[in-house]
Design a protein around this ligand. Structure first.
Ligand SMILES: Nc1ncnc2c1ncn2[C@@H]1O[C@H](COP(=O)(O)OP(=O)(O)OP(=O)(O)O)[C@@H](O)[C@H]1O
Ligand SMILES: [Zn+2]
Length: 612
């Protein structure tokens, strides 16, 4: 069993030796086989690691941990001549420490097991020969051969062959994707059928897979606010505890009582309560293709009450197509309107421009190069072609340029793009983009999970914006926005004291993603910019992943609270009471104290398995 392997690995050898030494010495002393100095020597050996950690904590992290409490308790037991009690307590606490560190290690390993790994070698195809080489020796452009049942070792482009690839290690989606010449493939994914010749673009630590692993590993260091809070509470509580225990000793002179009290007043599991959950939840999310860049964001997403969506490319698929061209100025034909629009948009990288160009190509329309070209953000483009001035964009853009636009031309489902030639409206191009499947269910799911405010932001026109938001159940939408308006709106919502999550495609809306408390980027597989800008990255273009991310976050946050309240709070309060009532002595206290450690561990690690 992997579990057993971690717990008995060499890394923990010394901890086990210490536990056994102190245990056997206690037993032999009790049986009067060994003398007191030998017991004390064994205790010193056992105590050594605790004292070391206690001192390191104080000096390096300025933190008082359990180790200090226990060290003091053991020293007091020796001074007070309660040798055996001290030794047994020491042994049990060593066991507890060992459970804690081994379980943290176990959780970390399980992340790697969940996500998997990338092979170290690849079959290189060179000069008509095939040879197995180490990944490190591959160069960009090398051709790598991968067959059915094998893991793809590099990121690259398929140049020959076809096959179905299971991308679950990266996207969480286990339905295989068909790959053929020209398709992108990613390291760590598995070819289920077929064989592919892959031209390598990235290998080793540059691959998407590697980036995911690094992000997940770094995520642990991004403390959740609740963790900072528990650290703070612990630092206030500790002096109070020492004064309290000191007072108890002063009035009772009862060494055993003091030792037992120190065991239950130590903040042991507080240190374990959050990090374990964070690791488990982040690993769980990663397996579903949801990349959470820190424990902080889990907590933020769990608490969020407002979620802001970008429309194009997020709620809609983002690959629009032209439906209709209507000629307004009879001096031009339909072809000419399309041709001029294509000229104006040929230098633009906007998805709407792509739709227009694709349509022109489909109609075999030849379009020239503009002599001048400008992008007017959130409005459209302007261009100069054969001394004609072209303006292409939304209605606001036309009105801003004093171009008359008659009213009845709006159409619900389509985005109307206006073309003006020499400041006279020539035609309108209707373009539509379909709403992503599952959008309505996702919004309903978020509302059910307690998100009270859902807002849609778009640079698109009012009519289309209303149409889209009506269909998916969003009542609050803002249209005709410039990119800076989106940031401003996020700020405004925040200034009402609300925590905002913003969902976008991570490319055009990166600034708004950064401004929000949590930025969520969709469909980021392979898009470096989106992976950088967002705090939570959805590897797939699937809206239900937003619901999933929220569900996992809420569950993780709940688990942290359970750990702190039930695992730590309740056990300790009951423990202290029973000790003061003299129902529990030091040895019983130490044994019972193993319980919350184990509870916290089990409660956290279950996040990897349970249905959420
Ligand atoms: N290259 C372009 N060609 C034609 N129209 C454009 C172009 N760029 C912008 N527009 C017009 O300006 C509007 C706003 O563009 P913007 O890029 O800000 O947002 P969007 O892509 O429509 O939607 P969203 O804000 O939801 O991503 C578009 O709806 C379109 O009418
Ligand atoms: Zn956008």
């Amino acid at each position: 069993m992997k579990f057993v392997k971690t717990f008995f690995s060499r890394q923990f050898l010394w901890e086990i030796v210490r536990i056994v030494t102190v245990g056997i010495a206690s037993l032999l002393y009790h049986l009067e086989v060994i003398s007191l100095p030998i017991l004390l020597a064994a205790m010193a050996f056992g105590l050594y690691s605790l004292v070391k950690i206690a001192i390191l904590d104080i000096v390096k992290d300025r933190k008082i941990g359990t180790e200090l409490f226990i060290s003091i308790a053991v020293v007091i037991s020796v001074i007070g001549q309660e040798y055996l009690a001290g030794a047994v307590v020491l042994m049990i606490i060593l066991i507890a420490e060992y459970i804690a560190s081994a379980s943290g290690e176990r959780a970390r390993q399980s992340i790697k097991e969940l996500i998997g790994s990338v092979p170290n070698t690849a079959i290189l195809k060179k000069d008509g020969k095939e040879q197995t080489v180490n990944i490190k020796d591959l160069k960009v452009g090398d051709i790598v051969l991968v067959r059915a049942g094998e893991k793809i070792p590099v990121d690259g482009i398929v140049i020959e062959g076809s096959g179905s690839v299971n991308q679950a290690p990266i996207t969480g989606e286990s339905v295989p994707q068909e790959k053929e010449a020209g398709s992108d493939v990613f390291a760590g994914t598995i070819i289920e059928l077929g064989a592919l010749d892959i031209q390598m673009t990235k290998a080793g630590t540059d691959t998407v897979f590697s980036r995911i692993i690094t992000l997940v590993e770094e995520a642990e260091s991004q403390q959740a606010p609740i963790e900072k809070l528990t650290d703070k509470v612990a630092s206030y509580l500790i002096p109070v505890v020492f004064i309290f225990v000191g007072a108890v000793y002063f009035f009772t002179r009862d060494v055993k009582l003091v030792i037992a009290l120190l065991i239950f007043t130590s903040p042991a599991e507080l240190g374990l309560a959050t990090p374990l959950v964070t690791i488990a939840a982040i690993a769980r999310a990663a397996r579903e293709g949801i990349l959470v860049k820190g424990g902080r964001f889990l907590e933020e997403l769990a608490k969020v009450t407002t979620i802001v969506f970008d429309k194009t490319g997020t709620l809609t698929i983002g690959s629009p197509s032209v439906n209709l061209i209507s000629v307004i100025n009879d001096d031009y034909t339909e072809e000419e309107v399309l041709q001029m629009a294509a000229v104006a948009d040929r230098r633009s990288s906007h998805p709407l421009a792509k739709a227009i160009l694709d349509f022109a190509k489909e109609k075999n329309i030849v379009f020239g190069e503009p002599s001048q070209f400008d992008v007017i953000k959130g409005r459209g483009v302007s261009a100069l072609f054969e001394s004609k001035k072209l303006l292409l964009g939304n209605k606001v853009f036309m009105l801003e340029n004093d171009i008359a636009v008659s009213e009845k031309i709006s159409n619900e489902t389509n985005t109307a793009i206006f073309l003006a030639i020499d400041n006279i409206l020539a035609g309108i191009i209707y373009i539509s983009d379909s709403i992503r499947p599952g959008a309505k269910e996702m919004i309903a799911g978020l509302r059910k999970s307690g998100v009270t405010n859902i807002v849609m932001l778009t640079g698109d026109n009012e009519v289309t914006a209303k149409h889209v938001s009506d269909q998916i159940g969003i009542t609050d939408y803002r249209a005709n926005l410039l990119p800076e308006d989106k940031i401003r709106i996020v700020r405004e919502l925040q200034s009402n004291g609300e925590r905002i999550a913003m969902v976008g495609d991570g490319i055009n809306d990166a600034p708004a993603l950064v401004q929000a408390n949590i930025g969520i980027a969709m469909g980021a597989i392979g898009t470096e910019a989106a992976m950088e800008a967002a705090d939570i990255v959805l590897m797939q273009d699937k809206l239900e992943k937003i619901d999933r991310a929220r569900a996992i976050s809420k569950r993780a946050y709940r688990t942290i609270k359970e750990n702190i309240i039930a695992g730590v709070g309740v056990v300790h309060v009951i423990g202290i009471t029973l000790v003061l009532l003299k129902i529990l002595g030091p040895v019983e206290a130490a044994i019972i104290h193993l319980l919350p450690d184990t509870l916290v561990f089990i409660n956290s690690i279950k996040l990897l398995k349970i249905k959420i």
